[in-house]
Structure formats: structure tokens, C-alpha cells
Design a binder for this molecule. Sequence first.
Ligand code: SF4
Ligand code: SF4
Length: 298
Amino acid sequence: MSDAKRPAGRRDARKQLEQEVLTEYPRLGPDDRFSFSCHPGISCFNCCCANINIFLSPYDVLRLKQRLGISSTEFLGRYAALPIQKDMRTPVVMLRMNDDERKTCPLLGENGCTVYSDRPWPCRMYPLGLAAQKDTPDGWRGERFYFLLKEEECKGFDEAHPWTVREWLDNQQVGPYDEWGEAFKELTLHKFFEDGGTLSPQKMHMFFTACYDLDRFREFVFGSTLLKRFEIDEDFVEEMRYDDEALLRFAFLWIRFSLFAEDTVRPKPEVVDAFKGNVDKGALFTRRAAETATEGTS
Ligand code: SF4
Ligand code: SF4
């Protein structure tokens, strides 16, 4: 199920809610309708931008740090919470609420959201949630459907503005967020984890840096021997130097290569030759690359 915009302090009930959504909530498809409107004139305006769990994707962080004109490292230090849980397979990044009485979102201003056109995916989606049944062998490509999240205090449902699900998603410009979200799920729900694989603290750190701390990952890409050791298109290298989205694309490929031993980044022939004579060059190379990556991002 998606981690949609949801009041905090209900983590214990989360599994129960997930079960309810899967078994009881009406399922909405792209052409199903609902009525909703949120605008500055509504009596509850801004009241939902406090005391909530907002899980951030790598693309959310990319958009927010660009919007705020700060580095990813600064954004994470100022605005993110990194909860640690025992059974966590990959890092989790959340928007850190202010330490005031209401626990307001740090991005909320007097006139509403100060980063509105770059707000995170959960803020765009509300009042829609997205759920997927984990009933397929690969664990997540089961039926996906939308549902309505009706928070008690939200008066938006009393407004007579009709939408189809498709119209809402278009209006909220969810498209690129979904595309990046799908690519990210390929990492977080990778078969490696389904088969019982776990990441060491070092590899967890590498995963975090590559996905969320893009500016630090850029330092690693351009400040280490990585570009000398791998065949990467020169134009793409130049793009990565300045374009965060190109760099994030490479980060996902790098994780698949260095953590999951996929053939997504190709070592140069001379580098492969250097390992000739070893029992298992591929495995050795992958291990070395992962170690280097981990060292480089520490
Ligand atoms: S990011 Fe914007 S829309 Fe989302 S909770 Fe914060 S202020 Fe509200
Ligand atoms: S509670 Fe609902 S209607 Fe009110 S500001 Fe939040 S989303 Fe909009």
C-alpha cells in the first residue's frame, strides 16, 4: 500500500489499515468518480499540513532540494527524519515536522504550502491512496487500485467539484513521480530481498547516498576512479555532471550493479582483464565494486 499523507502516531494501526483497505475499501479505477476540492477559502485550509507522516522518495528529495536551492545533503540535514526500524530492508526518509505544538510541516507558510509545485507525492495524491496486493510470486505486481482516504477534519469532500481518478492525477501532475516511484520500487522490492538478502550497514549507507543524497553521490562519481573503470557514454557523463535526473538514473543502475550483481553498468575490458585468472571474475569484480562504492560514499 502507498504511504499516502496520513496522520502520525498511528503506526501501530498501519497493518490493520492496510488490511482494511485491501478487503473493505471501494476500489477505484482511472475512470471512477469522486467529489473533492481544496482551496484557500475552505475552513480546514492547511490543517492537514501538520502532525503527519510523509515518506519521501528519491525523486521527492530531488525536486525539493532543487526548489529550495540547497544541496541534497543540506536538505536531508534540515528537513528529513531517518527512522531506524529493526526489520528495515532499505533506508526510509521522512519529512521532519517542526517541534512546535501542532507539529507543523516545515514547508508550510502563512498562505499554504511554500513548495506547492514541487510538493511530495503523498501531498499530491491526497485524497487518493494507492494500494497493491502482494499476491504474486514477485511480491508486488498484484492488482493495483486507488481508494479514497477520508480524514475526519477534511472538508474537501463536501465541495461539489467532480473528478475522475485520471483527471485528479493529471491535475496534480503525478505522472513523473509515479514513473520514478516505479523505478525505485524495482530496487526496494528487488528479488534480492525476497530471497532473504540483507544489506550491511555500509551497503545501506551506499543505497541511501546514491538514492537520496545525490550531491554527495555526484562527488563520488566524479571524484573517484569510477568513470575510469566503467564504460559510460561520454554524453551521459556530462549530463550527470549538471542534471540531477540523469544522475539519479545512473544511481539506480549503480545500485542494481553493485548491490544486486546485475549487468547494468559495464566494466571496461582492461579492468576485466586485470582480474583474469581469478576463480570467479564477475563475482570478484562485483564485490570489489561494491566495496569501492561503499568506501567512496562514506
Ligand atoms: S509539503 Fe506542502 S503540502 Fe505537503 S505537508 Fe508540507 S506544507 Fe503541506
Ligand atoms: S484538510 Fe482537506 S480540504 Fe482541508 S486543507 Fe487539507 S486537504 Fe484541503
